[in-house]
Design a protein around this ligand. Structure first.
Ligand SMILES: Cc1cc2nc3c(=O)[nH]c(=O)nc-3n(C[C@H](O)[C@H](O)[C@H](O)COP(=O)(O)OP(=O)(O)OC[C@H]3O[C@@H](n4cnc5c(N)ncnc54)[C@H](O)[C@@H]3O)c2cc1C
Length: 732
C-alpha cells in the first residue's frame, strides 16, 4: 500500500508477546495502514544509570538518577539484570515471530523523536506511535511527551489500556475518586473474584505482524551510547554502574540461598507459572505464603508481573485450567478439576491487592510519595496527626528538638540499610535484599514497621531503598505498601498495627534458620532469642561467638525485651511465650469502648499481610514484648546483655474488636511510659480512641500513657513486679 507508514510500538512494563494488546492489535493491522512495525524498548535515563553504555573516555550526558529523600540510585543491580534479561527475551520472542526489537537508551520521547526522524529520512515515515499506559508520574510524563511529539510530526498517538491487572480497569465500577479507602470494601464489590478477569489475548501468529524493517533503515543509537549486541553485553552495561551497593559490600554469606534465583523474561515467567501449578504449590499457597526461605513458599511471580512478563489474568486463566480440569497438563495434580481451592483463592486475593494498590495510586496521585501519605490527603487524618512526627537525617527538615539528631538518624538509616541494627529479622531481611533483590512479604512488613513505627524514621527512606533494590519494584505496590505499614496509607488500623520483630521471628523463623543464614555472625549462637537479638546473649556466649564488640551488640539500634517462658506449654497457639505483667486491670479494662485501641478488627480489613492472625479467631495475643532502650543506648536502665531491661512501658493485650468479638480481649494497653526505665518513649503516639493506658514498671507509677491514650487505663496494670511487656505487639 503506497501510503502505508511505520508503526512504532514503545514497550515499557509490558515485556511480553502473549496477552499484549499492542501486539494483538498490530497483528490485525497487517496489510492495512502500517507497512512496517518497529517495536522499541528504551532503558530510561530517568530511572537507570546508563554510564555502562558509554564506552571508556566518553561522558554520560545523563546524571545517574537518584531518589529524592535518601539520594539512593533508582535501580540496583538485581532489577537492572532482571529487566535486561526480560528485554532480551522479548527480542528473541519477537524475532521468532519474524519481527524484532530495537533497544535504545535515553529519554523515551527523545529516542522516539530521533527514531521517527531517521525512519522518515530512510523512506518510512511514522504513522503512529503506540504505547500502553502505566501508572507513575514519570510514566505519565513520558506518555504526554510522546503524545505531544506525535502531534508535531503528524503521527497518531495511541495509549492503550494497561491490561496486566487482574480486573480490567474498564470493569471497575466508578471513577478512581470513588474507590473505597478500605480494601475489604473494594474486594466485596469485586466478588466473586474468579468471575471477574477478562479473557487473555492470543499472541500474534507467525508472520502476522507488519514487517520489521531492514537494519539499514533503522537509525543508530545516538552518541555517546553504544548498545551491546549480546545478552551478556547488555547485562554488563546495565549492572556495571550499580554493581556495588554498599561501600563495604559484604560477601554473599556461605550457605545462604536466594529465594529468587529466577531470570527475567516472559519465557521464564510462563515456565514458572506452569511449574507452580504442576508441582501442587499453588494449592498449598495459603499455608506457605508467610514463609521466609526457599523458592516455593510463595509464587515469586511479582517481578514478572511488575515488568509485564506475565499478566495477572494469565495467572488466573492458568489456574482455571487446573481448577476446572480443562488443562490435561495438570491432571495428575492434587485438586485437578475440583474447582477453586484455598490456595488458588488466596492467590486471586493477592492479585486483587495488587490491583487495589494501583487504584489507590490513581485515586491519590502523588500523595503516594508524600510523608503524610494517603491519609494526609484526606479528611480522615486529624490536623494533629498531619503534623510530622517523623525523624529525618535531613538537618534542614528536622525539628530543632529532634531526638536523636539528624546525624545519628543518618547513621541509623545506614545501618538499617546494611542490616546491622542488631534486630536479627530486620538485618537478615535487609541483607537478603542486598544480596538477592528479593525478600518475602512477611519480612517486608517487619522491615517497614520497624523503620516507621519502632524508629519513627521518615518511612520514605525505606521505600526508596526498596525502590533501589527490589527486583519486583512496582511504583504502586511498593509505595502504597510502605504507606500501609507505616500507618499513613489505607490500613484502617493505621498506626496501631505494629509488628514485633522478635515475636515475628519466633513465629515465622521457628528455628532461626532465616536469620542465621543471612546474618552469619550470629550463626553459632544456640538460643533463639540470642539469634534474634544478639545483645541478649551472655557475655561468655558473645565472646565465644566473637560478637562481644560487634556493633549489633554494643549499639543495638532497638532493644526489645522478650521473655521466653521456660514452663511447659499449656495450651494455645503460642506456647512458649508468656506475658509478664500487663494482665491486670489494665488489660481487662484498658479498652472501655468498642474501639479498643489495640483491638484488632476481625471484621475489618486485614491488611495485605498475613491475614491469618490470631485476632480473627479471638485468641488473645500473647508474648511479652517491649521496646527497650533508647536508640542511642543512653537509657539509664537500658537492657544489658546480661538480663532483661528494667524499664519499659506497659504492655497490654492484643485485642479483638468488633461486634461479638469472640472471646478475645478488648483493647490495647499501651503506654508511652516515662518512668524510671527511660525505656521506649513514644511520645508521639496520640489520639488513640480508647484503651490506651500507660503501664508503669515496678509499681504503677511514672507513666503518661493517659495523656496520649485518651481514656486509657491509668496505672492499674502495673504493680506486678517487673514489666516486660512493652509496645503493643501486632502480629499481622
Ligand atoms: C513494604 C512493602 C513493599 C512492597 N513492595 C512491593 C513492590 O515493589 N512490588 C511488588 O510487586 N510487591 C511489593 N510488595 C508486596 C509483596 O510483598 C510482594 O508482592 C510479594 O512479596 C512478592 O512475592 P511473590 O510474588 O512470591 O508473592 P505471592 O505471595 O506469591 O503473591 C502473588 C502476587 O500477588 C501480588 N501481591 C502479593 N501481596 C501483595 C501486596 N501486599 N501488595 C500488592 N501486591 C501483592 C504480587 O503481584 C505477587 O506476585 C511490598 C510489600 C511490602 C510490605
Amino acid at each position: 500500500m503506497e501510503s502505508a507508514k511505520a508503526l512504532l510500538v514503545v514497550l515499557r512494563k509490558d515485556l511480553r508477546v502473549h496477552d499484549n494488546v499492542v501486539f494483538e492489535q498490530a497483528a490485525s493491522a497487517t496489510g492495512s495502514e502500517f507497512n512496517i512495525l518497529v517495536p522499541l524498548y528504551v532503558f530510561s535515563a530517568q530511572q537507570m544509570d546508563l554510564s555502562g553504555f558509554v564506552p571508556g573516555g566518553a561522558e554520560n550526558p545523563y546524571p545517574a538518577p537518584r531518589s529524592r529523600v535518601g539520594r539512593y540510585p533508582r535501580c540496583g543491580r538485581h532489577r537492572a539484570e532482571f529487566i535486561g534479561s526480560a528485554v532480551w527475551d522479548l527480542k528473541k520472542s519477537l524475532e521468532a515471530l519474524e519481527s524484532g526489537l530495537v533497544i535504545r537508551v535515553g529519554i523515551i520521547a527523545d529516542v522516539v523523536r530521533d527514531l521517527a526522524k531517521g525512519l522518515e529520512k530512510n523512506g518510512h515515515p511514522v504513522g503512529a506511535v503506540w504505547m500502553t499506559s502505566h501508572e507513575g508520574t514519570e510514566e505519565k510524563a513520558d506518555e504526554k511527551a510522546v503524545a505531544s511529539l506525535c502531534e508535531g510530526i503528524g503521527a497518531q498517538c495511541k495509549i492503550w489500556e494497561d491490561e496486566k491487572y487482574f480486573i480490567d480497569d474498564r470493569d471497575v465500577a466508578g471513577e478512581p475518586k470513588d474507590l473505597a479507602n478500605v480494601f475489604t470494601t473494594y474486594r466485596k464489590d469485586c466478588e466473586p473474584l474468579r468471575e471477574k478477569p477478562r479473557p487473555v489475548l492470543p499472541p500474534p501468529k507467525l508472520g502476522s505482524l507488519p514487517k520489521f524493517p531492514e537494519s539499514s533503515v533503522i537509525p543508530p543509537q545516538g552518541a555517546p551510547f553504544v548498545i551491546p549486541e549480546t545478552e551478556d553485553g547488555l547485562r554488563d552495561a546495565l549492572v556495571k554502574p550499580v554493581a556495588s551497593i554498599l561501600e563495604n559490600q559484604p560477601k554473599f554469606p556461605e550457605g545462604a540461598k536466594s529465594a529468587h534465583p529466577f531470570k527475567g523474561g516472559e519465557t521464564y515467567a510462563r515456565s514458572r507459572l506452569h511449574d507452580l501449578i504442576e508441582s501442587g504449590k499453588m494449592k498449598e499457597y495459603k499455608d506457605t505464603r508467610n514463609g521466609l526461605t526457599g523458592t516455593d513458599f510463595s509464587t515469586k511471580l511479582s517481578a514478572y508481573l511488575s515488568h509485564g512478563c506475565i499478566t495477572a489474568r494469565q495467572i488466573h486463566h492458568a489456574l482455571l485450567g487446573y481448577e476446572d480440569g480443562t488443562n490435561e497438563a495438570y491432571e495428575k495434580v492434587d485438586g485437578y478439576g475440583a474447582g477453586e481451592n484455598e490456595g488458588t483463592k488466596a492467590i486471586r486475593f493477592e492479585l486483587l491487592w495488587r490491583d487495589y494498590m494501583r487504584l489507590c495510586h490513581q485515586k491519590f496521585g502523588d500523595t503516594l510519595f508524600k510523608l503524610a501519605g494517603f491519609k494526609g490527603a484526606g479528611a480522615e487524618y486529624s490536623a494533629e496527626e498531619k503534623k510530622s512526627k517523623w525523624k529525618t537525617a535531613d538537618e534542614k527538615l528536622a525539628s530543632e528538638d529532634q531526638q536523636p539528631d539528624p546525624k545519628r538518624i543518618a547513621e541509623i538509616i545506614e545501618r538499617f540499610n546494611a542490616g546491622t541494627t542488631g534486630m536479627g529479622l530486620i538485618d537478615a531481611a535487609q541483607r537478603e535484599l542486598l544480596h538477592t533483590g528479593y525478600v518475602s512479604n512477611r519480612a517486608r512488613q517487619n522491615v517497614a514497621s520497624f523503620l516507621a513505627k519502632h524508629l519513627e524514621i521518615d518511612w520514605r527512606y525505606g521505600a526508596e531503598w526498596y525502590e533501589y533494590l527490589l527486583v519486583d519494584y512496582d511504583v504502586s505496590s511498593n509505595w502504597a505498601n510502605w504507606q500501609y505499614v507505616s500507618g499513613v496509607g489505607n490500613d484502617p488500623r493505621g498506626e496501631l498495627r505494629i509488628f514485633n520483630p522478635v515475636k515475628q521471628s519466633f513465629d515465622y523463623d521457628k528455628k532461626g534458620d532465616y536469620v542465621r543464614s543471612w546474618v552469619p555472625e550470629v550463626g553459632s549462637l544456640t538460643k533463639l532469642e540470642n539469634v534474634f537479638q544478639a545483645w541478649t546473649a551472655s557475655e561468655e556466649d558473645l565472646k565465644t561467638a566473637r560478637l562481644d564488640d560487634n556493633i549489633m551488640v554494643t549499639d543495638a539500634i532497638r532493644r526489645i525485651t522478650f521473655v521466653v517462658c521456660s514452663r511447659p506449654p499449656q495450651s494455645g497457639k503460642r506456647p512458649f511465650f508468656r506475658r509478664r505483667g500487663g494482665r491486670g486491670e489494665a488489660a481487662r479494662s484498658g479498652a472501655s469502648g468498642p474501639e479498643g485501641a489495640g483491638g484488632n478488627d476481625g471484621a475489618a480489613d486485614n491488611g495485605p499481610d498475613g491475614r491469618e492472625g490470631e485476632q480473627r479467631t479471638g485468641v488473645p495475643t500473647s508474648s511479652g514484648s517491649s521496646a527497650g532502650g533508647e536508640e542511642n543506648g543512653q537509657s539509664p536502665q537500658q537492657p544489658t546483655p546480661h538480663g532483661p531491661a528494667a524499664g519499659h512501658h506497659g504492655g497490654g493485650m492484643g485485642g479483638y474488636r468488633g461486634g461479638g468479638g469472640r472471646g478475645g480481649y478488648q483493647g490495647q494497653h499501651r503506654g508511652g511510659y516515662q518512668g524510671r526505665g527511660g525505656g521506649y518513649h513514644r511520645g508521639n503516639w496520640r489520639g488513640y480512641p480508647h484503651g490506651m493506658g500507660g503501664g508503669a514498671p515496678r509499681g504503677g507509677n511514672g507513666f503518661r500513657g493517659a495523656r496520649y491514650g485518651g481514656g486509657g487505663f491509668q496505672g492499674q496494670g502495673a504493680g506486678r513486679g517487673r514489666w516486660d511487656a512493652g509496645i503493643r505487639q501486632h502480629d499481622g
